[in-house]
Design a binder for this molecule. Structure first.
Ligand SMILES: *[C@@H]1O[C@H](CO)[C@@H](O)[C@H](O)[C@H]1NC(C)=O
Ligand SMILES: *[C@@H]1O[C@H](CO)[C@@H](O)[C@H](O)[C@H]1NC(C)=O
Ligand SMILES: *[C@@H]1O[C@H](CO)[C@@H](O)[C@H](O)[C@H]1NC(C)=O
Ligand SMILES: *[C@@H]1O[C@H](CO)[C@@H](O)[C@H](O)[C@H]1NC(C)=O
Ligand SMILES: *[C@@H]1O[C@H](CO)[C@@H](O)[C@H](O)[C@H]1NC(C)=O
Ligand SMILES: *[C@@H]1O[C@H](CO)[C@@H](O)[C@H](O)[C@H]1NC(C)=O
Length: 657
């Protein structure tokens, strides 16, 4: 019932929008046999502390830090640091849960080439420790409020900015209010008295029950994403709203008594919604993850409505975000692009402290909506991937709660309003309900692999599984720009195999092995659609057995004119036209290439079936193609049934030879 309501809502909301993408038939590929995994003890609660030159990753866990080589997926070395006896005793008197008294290591800062600082929860008493590379035990400890959260379960993103660490977390037992803090680690380590800390004001609720996702540096600004309880004025029955917060990396602090507070902290509402009239707007308000690409952020969202498995991806340009934030200040810096506007006078700062939320929302419509059992939990973006035709795409890898990674291909158009995503493949990798902590790329010889970190493991998996496709349609049907069909026999990954014969055009799916074949052009079929379609037959070696070639002709007659339908029509006819055309083209080009042994023209021309040379494959890909169209057809039909009256489909199968 709920589902029905949701569908109706979607249908009415989307109107003719073209991003409605039925992906019931996207292939699911189990890649566990192509995956390399390194597992750690349970309850490790791993976080990624640092990536060294794309080759090593430091994972912070329980009383330990692991240095893992990504290429070999082996642990290179580890560092050990448990809570001190004193901290444990203190902790035990406060907390019933002994697990909280362990030391979960959460922050990393490189001090010199061979020393670094780690900070951890240290039994509810955040502490930092200095390590020398290669020495497993800490050299010196310093208690350090704000440098690590007290609670290992909440995400506390951090970044390094010159000598500082900027981080946000719940740092004190006495208050559940998160601190957004900038701390000079070098000065802190040298024990310099006026180690200047910049922080959000005490007691002013800069955050409302916030959960943080990630932190990013964009020019001079530091942006961080989180969700929190809405302000009263933001009602709409939402439990949580998505936010982006921002400070200036070089914020000098406020004047006078505000000198230890940010003078640049603002936050804004981020919306990912299907907009209709106010009351009908459908919000994807649960913020699951953020991916950064050079020009934009991609947000992964879910809907809060129970029982509705709907997730969405929205895209936000970095420019748009920065512009919204600088608009809130009097200071006019619009002529210097690298600047970061902040409150310059006391009056402005006092207002900002009380109300960091700016009026302007940062809104976007989904570029991709998913409905299925999976719910989005993490996302990673790869900008500007090129296919063989030099078309640009952004590719998103979306981790779900069921342990799948969905590969979503986004057309890379300039206008943010006109970008749509398409689901290319589902890669099954992890057990259900693994908490994905981090996703990143590992690149070797031009081929990226995906590195996924969960709370107790790290694994490496392929970003494409082209070679597992057993036929042309499977290879090309879902438009993965990494995959191409080559030589009429195999699906290749274009990043590692640069064959000239490779093509993304599903029209080439008819093309098979061409040895001993020559094309013959026949009169066009007697069909109104086919006048422009060249139809070709070919001769074959007399020794071979004659057999049938089948071509499918498909027509979809529509009444009612809505965009998705046009799209389907074009799709079905386009594939056909393309396949016949390419078929001829390939025959010609092959025979002109001179490699083939030409056979004599016999009047009883026999045609080899349009199958693959190995003849283990199914007869013809046109069938597969048409069944895809059927499926798109039926799945679209089921959700749009009430909008269209007459839809019919005619298929005719012609046999040649
Ligand atoms: C396509 O999806 C439909 C319904 O979702 C299913 O019945 C059918 O088996 C699927 N076809 C393939 C080839 O997966
Ligand atoms: C640190 O490493 C860099 C390059 O790897 C080198 O140039 C520099 O001299 C090193 N510094 C120290 C103190 O060893
Ligand atoms: C991690 O291991 C690599 C290879 O042994 C080493 O070069 C690097 O310094 C190690 N990093 C740390 C922090 O120990
Ligand atoms: C908004 O509501 C009005 C009246 O209910 C309706 O006429 C209009 O078409 C709606 N707008 C959209 C975009 O659906
Ligand atoms: C900011 O400066 C630009 C040019 O320097 C000017 O065009 C714009 O009107 C100014 N905006 C405000 C709000 O003063
Ligand atoms: C989206 O792009 C298509 C063609 O690429 C164009 O016809 C359409 O008007 C665009 N829509 C918007 C909202 O820009």
């Amino acid at each position: 019932m709920l589902f029905l309501i949701f569908h109706l809502l979607l249908v009415s909301s989307l109107g003719s929008a073209s991003f409605f993408s039925p992906d019931t038939n996207v292939s699911r590929v189990d890649v566990s046999h192509l995956t390399r995994t390194l597992s750690f003890p349970p309850n490790e609660k791993l976080v990624v502390l640092h990536k060294l030159a794309d080759e090593f990753v430091l994972l912070g866990g329980r009383n330990r830090v692991y240095n893992v080589s990504i290429s070999s997926m082996n642990e290179m070395n580890r560092y050990e640091w448990s809570s001190s006896e004193e901290a444990r005793n203190n902790c035990a008197s406060i907390s019933q849960n002994p697990a909280m008294c362990e030391n979960y290591i959460r922050t990393y800062f490189e001090l010199t080439n061979d020393t670094f600082i780690l900070c951890g929860t240290h039994g509810l008493q955040p502490t930092c420790a200095e390590f020398k590379k290669g020495n497993t035990k800490p050299a010196r400890l310093i208690s350090a409020v704000g440098m690590s959260p007290i609670d290992a379960d909440s995400t506390s993103p951090f970044i390094r900015s010159n000598d500082n660490i900027i981080t946000v977390n719940v740092a004190e037992l006495s208050s559940s209010e998160p601190l957004l803090i900038r701390r000079n680690v070098i000065k802190m380590w040298k024990g310099i008295e006026n180690d200047v800390i910049l922080r959000t004001p005490r007691g002013l609720s800069s955050f409302e029950q916030a959960n943080f996702l990630s932190m990013h540096k964009v020019k001079k600004e530091v942006l961080f994403f989180f969700s929190e309880s809405p302000m009263e004025t933001e009602g709409c029955g939402l439990h949580k709203v998505a936010r982006v917060g921002r400070v200036c990396e070089d914020d000098p602090g406020g004047r006078l008594s505000y000198s230890k507070e940010w003078s640049s902290y603002e936050k804004a509402r981020i919306e990912c919604s299907i907009e209709e009239n106010d009351t009908d707007t459908f919000y994807f308000n649960q913020f699951a993850g953020v991916a950064e690409s050079p020009s934009s952020f991609y947000g992964a969202f879910r809907s809060q409505l129970a029982g509705i498995g709907a997730s969405a991806i929205c895209k936000y340009s970095k420019k748009q975000i920065s512009k919204s934030f600088s608009g809130g200040f009097k200071e006019n810096l619009s002529d210097s692009p690298d600047s970061c506007a902040r409150a310059n006078d006391l009056e402005e700062l006092s207002k900002l402290r009380l109300r960091p939320l700016i009026k302007q929302k940062i809104s976007s419509n989904p570029i991709y909506i998913f409905h299925g059992k999976d719910r989005f939990v993490h996302v990673l973006a790869q900008e500007d991937t090129r296919d063989l035709n030099n078309r640009a795409f952004d590719i998103l890898y979306v981790g779900t709660n069921l342990g799948n990674v969905l590969k979503i291909v986004v057309s890379n158009s300039d206008s943010t309003s006109n970008v749509t995503g398409r689901h290319a493949v589902t890669l099954k990798v992890l057990p259900s309900n693994s908490k994905i902590v981090d996703m990143s790329f590992y690149s070797k010889n031009g081929l990226e692999e995906l590195v996924v970190v969960t709370e107790q493991s790290i694994l490496k998996m392929p970003t494409a599984t082209c070679h597992l496709a057993t036929n042309c349609a499977e290879c090309l049907a879902h438009g993965d720009p990494h995959c191409a069909w080559a030589d009429g026999i195999e699906c290749i990954d274009i990043r590692t195999d640069q064959r000239k014969t490779a093509s993304h055009d599903s029209g080439t799916c008819d093309v098979v092995s061409f040895e001993n074949h020559k094309p013959v052009v026949l009169a066009p079929l007697k069909n109104k659609e086919s006048s422009k379609v060249p139809v070709c037959l070919c001769e074959t070696d007399k020794l071979r057995k004659p057999c049938a070639t089948e071509v499918i002709q498909k027509e979809i007659v529509l009444s009612g004119s809505s965009e998705p339908w046009k799209y389907i029509t074009v799709f079905a006819v386009g594939v056909l036209t393309g396949s016949i055309f390419n078929y001829c083209y390939f025959y010609f080009s092959r025979s002109l290439g001179g490699k083939t042994v030409s056979s004599s023209r016999s009047s009883s021309s026999m045609t080899r079936p349009i199958t693959t040379s190995s003849s283990t494959r199914l007869p013809i890909d046109a069938f597969t193609t048409s069944s895809i169209a059927d499926e798109m057809f039926s799945s679209t039909l089921s959700s749009n049934a009430n909008r269209f009256n007459t839809v019919s489909m005619h298929s005719s199968i012609r046999t040649y030879c």
